[in-house]
Design a protein around this ligand. Structure first.
Ligand SMILES: C[S@@+](CC[C@H](N)C(=O)[O-])C[C@H]1O[C@@H](n2cnc3c(N)ncnc32)[C@H](O)[C@@H]1O
Length: 240
């Protein structure tokens, strides 16, 4: 694994600390906390990315590799650079590669901070980022970095928690977020405080239209998004 850039700021250090603690149980938490629905969100994200054998993909905040391995399965690209700034998350990704999750697609792992991507401009045709944006200290900077490393015409595909437009569904979802996320996280990983942070990061993340505006301001065009599960999740597509 390659370590490509320096130490994160205080917020980043806290986030990295949380993910290093929960890395081994992160996949189990995902499956339980979403009642298994997260798989359908990933499949949809891969459809939106629509990779072909010509594509060179950068997976930012790729964690244990869910997005990368879904692409390998659904629409195999030429190669994937699977990056994250928490080495323990990438260790799990490495174990999954050893078990064949990349299905023959060349997947390289690199310890990289999303705010300072160590790649030349126009290096990739697709950049993906799932559940990453809301953890970043400076979302705009991370979006600009994604734009910089994409070739003209390249796609930025982002999956993130959203704000459900229906008030009743939103209220129900808030109850779930407030109580169930820390509870399930605490039971699965023993780190309830870490999941209180994750809950707060979801609640503090802006609604879909604002994220779409930020993507335009960061240099993307043809910005669109689709809601999944009533807007609990949004999948964004933006073109460089
Ligand atoms: C909720 S996990 C998502 C992992 C993966 N994308 C997935 O879909 O399962 C968030 C990931 O973002 C990473 N992360 C947070 N801030 C980061 C940053 N500034 N640079 C790179 N990775 C970051 C964390 O280490 C963690 O692995």
């Amino acid at each position: 694994m390659t370590v490509r850039n320096g130490a994160p700021d205080a917020h980043g250090a806290r986030v990295r600390g949380i993910f290093s603690e929960i890395a081994q149980r992160y996949d189990l938490f995902n499956a339980l906390s979403s009642f298994g629905i997260y798989r359908s969100w990933l499949t949809r994200m891969a459809r939106v990315a629509a990779c072909t054998a010509e594509d060179r993909v950068l997976d930012v905040a790729g964690g244990t590799g869910d997005v990368s391995f879904e692409l390998c399965e659904s629409c195999p690209p030429a190669s994937i650079e699977l990056t994250d700034f928490t080495p323990e998350m990438l260790d799990v990704a490495r174990e999954r590669i050893d078990a064949g999750a990349n299905q023959g697609v060349p997947v390289s792992l690199a310890e990289v901070d999303a705010h300072a991507l160590p790649y030349a401009g126009a290096s990739f045709t697709v950049v993906t980022c799932a559940y990453g944006l809301r953890n970043f200290s400076d979302r705009t900077r991370a979006m600009r970095e994604a734009a910089r490393v994409l070739k003209p015409g390249g796609r930025y595909v982002v999956l993130e928690f959203g704000t459900p437009p229906n008030a009743a569904w939103r209220a129900l979802y808030r109850v779930y977020l407030n109580h169930m996320i820390p509870f399930i996280g605490g039971v699965v990983t023993g780190d309830r405080a870490g999941f209180e942070y994750l809950r707060d990061s979801i609640k503090g993340f802006p609604p879909q239209d604002q994220v779409a505006r930020e993507l335009k301001e960061a240099g993307f065009s043809q910005v669109s998004y689709e809601n999944r599960t009533g807007g609990i999740i949004a999948i964004y597509r933006a073109v460089r």
